[in-house]
Design a binder for this molecule. Sequence first.
Ligand SMILES: [Zn+2]
Length: 64
Amino acid sequence: MTNQPGDQTPQLICPLCRCGQFQQEEARSDSRWGFTSHRMTLMICVNCRFVLHFYDNHSVFDFD
Ligand SMILES: [Zn+2]
């Protein structure tokens, strides 16, 4: 993995308040409709509580 503390790490910024601190939550959509469960990563702005959704962790932002 490319997890070096360089300058290649994308910075997540809240589009509403420009805050850079987020609370990370993981949401699962269980098989309510018979589909396989998908994971969604929620990044919640600690300032204005705006929620960003990332589907199945295939984002440019590599969490964890
Ligand atoms: Zn915000």
